[in-house]
Design a protein around this ligand. Sequence first.
Ligand SMILES: Cc1ncc(COP(=O)(O)O)c(C=O)c1O
Length: 399
Amino acid sequence: MADSTREVIKQYDRYVMNTYVRAPLVMTKGKGSRVWDVEGREYLDLFPGWGVSGLGYNHPWTMRALRGQSMRLIHASNNYYHPLQWRAAKALVEASFDGKVFFTNSGAEAVETAVKLSRRWGHGRHEIIVMERSFHGRTMAALSATGQSKYQEGFAPLVQGFVRVPFNDLEAVRQAVTPKTCAILLEPIQGEGGVRLAGDEFLKGVRRICDERQLLLIADEIQTGMGRTGQWFAYQHAGVEPDVLLLAKMLGGGFPIGAVVAKRAIADALTPGTHATTFGGNPLGCACILAVFEAVEAQGLLERVNQLSPVMFKRLEGIAARAPVIREIRGRGFMIGIELSVDGAAVVEACRAKRLLINCTQGRVLRLLPALTITRAELDRALSILEEVLLAVAKEVPR
Ligand SMILES: Cc1ncc(COP(=O)(O)O)c(C=O)c1O
């Protein structure tokens, strides 16, 4: 029997744990910014895989890397060596800062690694200052570091040692430092928190505090990294270098892999036997990382983001002028939040009915994370659909 949307959903209900809020869309195929469902309907995706498919679905270079490497070796134990892990690590170090890399399988695992690294490096200091409204993942330490209590309900006792302060409040950060503090963890742009940017002065101030008090500055760039904001990493906009950088999502161009880059002296705090992960840095993932670096460079994708982003913001400002349900437009590069005065779920649904996929976070913030390869025509089409939907919503809301 051929799968249909209804049949697939029925089987999920029966066999798959019900932990996700899912829309009734069964994806079967993707190419660039387009994706097809099981009934052959085509969608334009401005939120491809939560930013994972940042090169677009099935980018030819990632596919080529996967095909080639899968014929040679798909897994190698980390007790041996393979020729791609150092190459992927070198590419990351060259794009960020002089250091060493530990490869993980996900973002949360990168956060866990950073927590362990900070504690080992801290020699008895164990507290990590984290930001309100932050999001760092669902494993226990990452969840405990997350600055949104709604994700933590029912999971107590949490991992101890995370001290929460308001985002962008330098004085609060300063006051939270104690002799037990070893690190400050933040997202340069909070994604799940509603696309909220850390101010340049805040980032510079946090860097100063870290230097004065000998703390690690950990940048969680799991959502912002790999070119999404028009620089390889969002911290580069402020010229503030972290000590530890966390990556995942777009890093493997669709293949699940994460990474922790740490400055050399800090990286050495983790010695053989202190940390490990069976699949981390496997040949397939590393081949994909190299393909992503090559594609971003060869196709000039950072320049592309910097060219198209202002066009997109301008168009959105134009829509905002006519659709007063838009309260604010925020973001950087290809990471955009549109805060509404009304609930965003209906907007997401209305867009989906018109074959446009977007996201909403924090109830009222529409979030767009388009692929860096999206064409101008696709972007125009997507924004026209969004405009149509938002103008219709604005008509229904009393001023
Ligand atoms: C900033 C940030 N950190 C960590 C994570 C967790 O990553 P993963 O879902 O790969 O564990 C996410 C996921 O959305 C994220 O956006």
